[in-house]
Design a protein around this ligand. Structure first.
Ligand code: G1P
Length: 300
């Protein structure tokens, strides 16, 4: 099949937030560097992007969080040390984190919301479609979720939101989509009519939440710019704020991706992700499992 639509090569990871739910730790450590086992969570997200075929990642951070980029720069002293000690496997692991060639850091000097972060990042793109990964959403899947969305983009050429059903109690934590007609029934890829940011539970238009994966055609940028110009004081620019205007010109689709998603924006989500990855880890999985079973039995 020839490619009718441009290939997605660029991606934005907004990571400028304060991480207030993780205070006091985030006083000194950016949340993105907190590990799931032995890897900072941001490393797993960068891998998702690269495994999906992304060639350039724009990391949108605040000036307080420059350590994040240090993780992706070579550490020659460490590499020499490992080389001299013949620790080849470790050396390979360390070198895999040298991602300077694909990651570009961009500073978000004002914290004006997700829409603003995306705008800050997209300024470096030239009329190309791009993907977005949010740092709070870690998704474990066989096919990387960004790749799943890219496969859908190749079919339709429209902007796509990655969605999944969430519990009723959580509907007020996310952007919730309004499906078009009954299209979403028995269908994991469908057009939407709109989305509402963090609705009251009783007013939620569906049970499908946007969970930190997006593909946008570049035309979203002009709508973000327009909304930013008219942003009221003390308000943030949410990406969903642009959808109504955008959809007067172009369609937006939702794709119910496959994968287990962890909310790294909450301590509970972080703990669950850690347990999940620990249980799946070849080296320690067995021990972790017997510990959990023993503990669960003792707790009754
Ligand atoms: C952001 C988006 C929201 C989305 C969520 C996914 O909210 O604004 O639409 O559902 O991420 O994690 P935040 O969690 O940054 O408040």
């Amino acid at each position: 099949m020839s490619n009718k639509f441009p290939q997605i090569k660029k991606l934005i990871i907004p990571a400028a937030g304060w991480g207030t739910r993780f205070l006091p730790m985030t006083k000194i450590i950016p949340k993105e560097l907190v590990p799931i086992l032995n890897r900072p969570s941001i490393d797993l997200l960068v891998d998702e992007a690269i495994d999906s075929g992304i060639e350039e990642i724009i990391l949108v951070i605040s000036t307080r969080k420059q350590e994040i980029m240090k993780y992706f720069e070579p550490n020659i002293l460490l590499e020499n040390e490992l080389k001299s000690k013949q620790k080849h496997e470790l050396l390979k692991k360390i070198r895999k984190t040298n991602r300077e060639a694909v990651i570009r850091v961009v500073y978000q000097y004002e914290q004006l919301g997700l829409g603003h972060a995306i705008l800050v990042g997209a300024k470096f793109f030239n009329d190309e479609p791009f993907a977005v990964i949010l740092g709070d959403d870690l998704i474990q899947s066989d096919v990387p979720v960004t790749k799943q969305l890219m496969n859908m983009y190749a079919k339709c050429g429209s902007s796509i939101l990655g969605v999944q059903e969430v519990e009723e109690n959580d509907l007020n934590k996310y952007g919730i989509i309004i499906p078009k007609l009954d299209e979403e029934k028995n269908n994991n890829f469908f057009e939407i009519k709109g989305a509402v940011e963090k609705p009251e539970i009783k007013n939620a238009p569906s049970n499908k939440a946007v969970l930190g994966r997006y593909i946008f055609n570049y035309s979203i940028v002009k709508h973000l710019e327009k909304k930013l110009k008219n942003l009221e004081e003390d308000k943030e620019l949410d990406i969903v704020d642009t959808f109504a205007d955008y959809m007067k010109e172009e369609k937006i689709f939702a794709y119910e991706f496959e994968g287990i998603r962890f909310d790294l924006g909450s301590i509970k989500g972080f703990a669950l992700a850690t347990i999940h990855y620990a249980l799946k880890n070849e080296e320690i999985g067995g021990d972790i499992k017997s510990h959990i079973l023993k503990l669960a039995k003792a707790m009754g």
